[in-house]
Design a binder for this molecule. Structure first.
Ligand code: GLN
Length: 482
């Protein structure tokens, strides 16, 4: 049995009777047992996964109706609620928090008979890009365990890339699906803001974040998006996509399409040589596919990282204020504390990155400073949106490398916050403007992956996935060996 098969091939194999759901789930747990000590993709497991598998097998053998996922094992980033299971956000503050309900994206998968096999590691509250800020230890890159897997949805990317499960759900506020997808050589899609419900996602910076699929193939990404997208009355930001079928005509190709190569995101000074070379190869491939590539400047993207961290810290400062150990939290004896010392004590289990964001988030929108920082950041955001809208009048897609550099070693960047934040240079623009963006595995160089990012206009996921599919078909990459 090949645990590395795609979601669509899994469905065909189950329909053919090549193996049962129970056999596949059992083998997946064996695989996890073998590799996860080394990789640490998971924070917890679903105790009733095997029982669920047996139930689905029973329904298959008695010819009952089965959901589209046919029991495939899917992992979920541990900042999404699944009823009755722990949701820690990789924070000590939520160490024992049990979700009282299941979020919409997860419940839509479960309705289609996906089996949530476990919850995956992340940077604490999704703040970071390497999983080095998880309070439970980092996940490791399966291509080379000395290197970071990217983040913040690092555990999700590792679990898919190391064949511990078929697919995963991640969340992306500024790159957290695409960055680890690129670092681990899988496909990661950040949908249009509002296309996927965030009900049940623990908020970090809710004006920017989206849940999206992390998969082995572009077709799998479309398959999962079909299931999780669309209007949800529990999230008023959701958009009605009229049940669009993203798999339909996915192989239509991109002949005659106009692609903008974003000048600021492909600047040789900002990219490593290997990433620059891969980007030039990708441009050539797009042209061979019949598209016309042209340089295009997105001037405001120079300020995007600064605006992004100003806005996200502000939202995080207010979102994380709820961890006061009254409504959520851990046990401690509060007798003898007055209000301020109680709050300090309650927050003392938050990690250094979260604290940094909360301090920044208290300062940048405060009276006397808001005009210089928060309001300026919002201006950058709205100018970026105007620029993007104008660009998409002329272009069908924008491309860049997903991340300007390849995976780095543990500890290499963590003490240099500015160079750390600049790793997000190419990803944050899609969040600030709300457009969809996907990372497609493109190359393995020196044993480590490089992904290419494609962006499209609002709600153009269908055509975005067609471009991603076309690019994917031009490359043949090795399987990870672990
Ligand atoms: N690295 C970015 C941050 O730390 C992105 C994180 C994310 O997308 N959740 O905010």
């Amino acid at each position: 049995m090949n645990l590395g098969i795609s979601a669509l091939n899994y469905v065909n194999s189950i329909k053919n009777g090549d193996f049962t759901v129970e056999e596949f789930i059992e083998k997946s747990f064996e695989r996890i047992k073998k590799v996860d000590d080394k990789l640490h993709a998971f924070l917890s497991f679903n105790d009733i996964a095997l029982e669920k598998a047996k139930g689905i097998d029973r329904r298959i053998s008695s010819n009952q109706k089965i959901g589209q996922c046919f029991g495939m094992p899917i992992s979920v980033k541990d900042n999404m609620c699944v009823e009755g299971t722990k949701t820690t956000c990789a924070s000590k503050v939520l160490e024992n928090f049990i979700s009282p309900y299941t979020g919409t994206a997860v419940s839509r998968l479960e309705t289609e008979d996906a089996i949530i096999i476990g919850k995956t590691n992340l940077d604490e509250f999704a703040m970071g890009l390497s999983t080095e800020f998880s309070a439970y230890g980092s996940s490791k890159n399966p291509w080379n365990v000395d290197y970071v897997p990217g983040g913040s949805s690092g555990g999700s990317a590792v679990s898919v890339s190391a064949n511990e499960c078929i697919a995963s759900l991640g969340s992306d506020t500024g790159g957290s699906i695409r960055n680890p997808a690129s670092f681990c050589s899988i496909v990661g899609l950040k949908p249009t803001y509002g296309l996927v419900s965030r009900f049940g996602l623990v908020s970090y910076a809710n004006s920017l974040e989206q849940i999206g699929p992390m998969t082995k193939t572009v077709e799998d990404s479309a398959f999962l998006l079909n299931i999780i997208s669309g209007i949800d009355h529990n999230d008023n930001t959701t958009i009605d996509n009229k049940n669009q079928d993203y798999l339909k005509d996915i192989d239509a190709g991109i002949a005659g399409k106009k692609i903008g190569v974003v000048t600021e995101m492909t600047n040789p000074n900002g990219l490593s040589t290997s990433v620059l070379n891969a980007t030039n190869d990708a441009i050539k491939k797009f042209e061979d596919l019949g598209a016309n590539c042209e340089q295009v400047s997105l001037g405001m993207s120079k300020y995007a990282v600064a605006a992004y961290y100003t806005i996200t810290s502000t939202e995080a400062g207010s979102n994380l204020a709820r961890y006061d150990n009254i409504r959520y939290g851990y046990e401690f004896d509060s007798s003898g504390f007055e209000f301020n010392s109680y709050i300090s004590q309650a927050r003392s289990k938050l990690g250094p990155e979260v604290i940094r964001r909360m301090i920044l988030g208290g300062f940048v929108p405060s009276a006397g400073h808001a005009g210089k920082y928060f309001l300026k950041a919002l201006k950058v955001k709205s100018k970026l949106i105007t620029e993007i809208n104008n660009i998409f009048k002329k272009f069908d897609y924008l491309i860049s490398p997903t991340v300007p550099i390849q995976p780095f070693k543990f500890g290499e960047k963590i003490n240099d916050p500015v160079s750390f934040m600049l790793v997000d240079f190419n990803t944050v623009t899609a969040n600030l403007t709300g457009i969809p963006a996907i990372s497609v595995p493109f190359k393995i160089e020196d044993g480590l992956p490089i992904g290419i990012q494609i962006m499209a206009n609002h709600m153009d996921e269908h055509s975005l996935l067609q471009a991603a599919y076309a690019l994917e078909k031009t490359v043949s990459l090795p399987e990870v060996e672990i």
